[in-house]
Ligand binder design. Structure first.
Ligand SMILES: Cc1cc2nc3c(=O)[nH]c(=O)nc-3n(C[C@H](O)[C@H](O)[C@H](O)COP(=O)(O)OP(=O)(O)OC[C@H]3O[C@@H](n4cnc5c(N)ncnc54)[C@H](O)[C@@H]3O)c2cc1C
Length: 337
């Protein structure tokens, strides 16, 4: 077990905020995790479990315990003629999982290439990109209840997946720590998801394979998203808002070019990036913070920003979108403070 006091989190959040935590604890296996959960000091103090911090906004130093898993590894636990079932340690880098699957020719997660973060968080966030979400391949999620220190294996239904949402994200649920995820991949995939316009265009007329799709996705992502190693950011800051069909028609009457996508229950998903762009924020810089020039959904730290500076910009964007369109933007990024 690794325990550090007054530990810098600068490398543990992709906004690259120079915050620190009173304690940083990293467990190597489930036994060590159980020990931490049963510890009186842990139970009495504030804590947060992090992955690689690519979806977090620290508003200040964390006066408590930051937990991190060091459980890695990928193991084929079942194989049929058509599928493999892969069990993955929560601390495995998600993109390494995708690269491993793709190199074996297995399909199902190639569209989710190059999404930063760890496998455990991917299952919590229900990560998605280019028409795919991780929930489509989840077979089970292995988790520990932080209050009872007991293990539970969740079925996909119990994970209650929705757009960028799961059971684990509901604050009122008992807090769970993910230690392993189990996913199903297709050994010789014949069908691929090319719903996204740019991806379709990129692959037009080409023979498809998980590898080719991965390469195309990586190329598109590199052209549209800033690299956190170069400029601090957390990807999409807001979720795409989902509105009723009636509200959609009302907004569309004033803005006929409004992009939209069908959502569950006859509702309509709008593009948060487009709404923000219409409010004039794209490419604007306000001191140390700003809105990325190629994607209005991404807020960036130019180097000296505090978490509060970023939160203030986010709030003015929310206000502007609310005033112009009557639409409420909700942060995808989790605030820690
Ligand atoms: C450049 C960039 C591009 C991005 N593109 C996409 C994209 O295309 N699609 C997408 O969906 N997301 C995207 N994201 C967001 C981010 O990559 C995902 O949300 C990712 O799953 C976060 O993983 P993480 O390990 O960094 O988790 P963190 O940010 O550290 O944590 C995220 C949440 O998970 C919790 N958590 C983490 N690990 C565990 C665990 N083992 N047990 C319990 N709780 C845990 C944390 O408490 C927190 O609530 C992008 C981010 C960046 C910076």
């Amino acid at each position: 077990m690794r325990i550090e006091e007054n530990f810098s989190l600068e490398k543990w959040n992709t906004f690259r905020l120079p915050v620190s935590t009173r304690w940083f604890m990293e467990y190597a296996d489930e036994e060590e995790l159980q020990k931490i959960l049963r510890d009186e000091y842990f139970q009495e103090n504030r804590s947060i479990h992090i992955g690689s911090g690519s979806n977090l906004l620290f508003l200040n130093d964390f006066n408590g315990i930051v937990l991190h898993s060091a459980i890695r590894g990928m193991e084929v636990v079942e194989e049929t003629e058509t599928d493999v079932i892969l069990r993955v340690g929560a601390a495995e880098v998600w993109d390494d999982v995708v690269a491993y699957a793709v190199s074996a020719g297995w399909g199902g997660i190639e569209n989710l290439s190059h999404i930063p973060g760890e496998a455990g968080a991917a299952a919590i966030q229900n990560i998605g990109a280019y028409g795919r979400e991780i929930q489509e391949v989840i077979v089970a999620v292995e988790a520990w209840n932080q209050l009872t220190a007991e293990k539970r294996v969740f079925t996909p239904e119990e994970c209650r997946y929705a757009y960028r949402h799961s059971f684990f994200k509901d604050e009122h649920n008992d807090p769970y720590i993910i230690t392993y995820i189990v996913i199903r991949l297709t050994k010789a995939p014949q069908t691929f998801c090319l719903n996204y316009g740019l991806l379709q265009k990129e692959l037009e007329g080409k023979a498809l394979s998980p590898q080719r799709i991965r390469e195309a996705v990586i190329g598109i992502r590199a052209s549209k998203l800033p690299d956190p190693e170069v400029v601090g950011n957390a990807g999409s800051y807001f979720m795409n808002p989902v509105v009723s069909a009636i509200d959609f028609e009302k907004i569309k009457a004033s803005y006929p070019e409004l992009p939209s996508y069908p959502a569950a229950d006859g509702r309509v998903k709008l593009s948060a990036g487009w709404l923000i762009e219409q409010c004039g924020f794209k490419g604007k810089r306000y001191g140390s913070v700003g809105v990325y020039e190629k994607q209005a959904l991404v807020l960036v730290n130019f180097g000296e920003a505090s978490g509060n500076d970023i939160a203030v910009l986010a709030e003015s964007i929310r206000n502007a979108v609310r005033n112009k369109f009557g639409v409420e933007l909700m942060p995808e990024v989790k605030y820690v403070g």
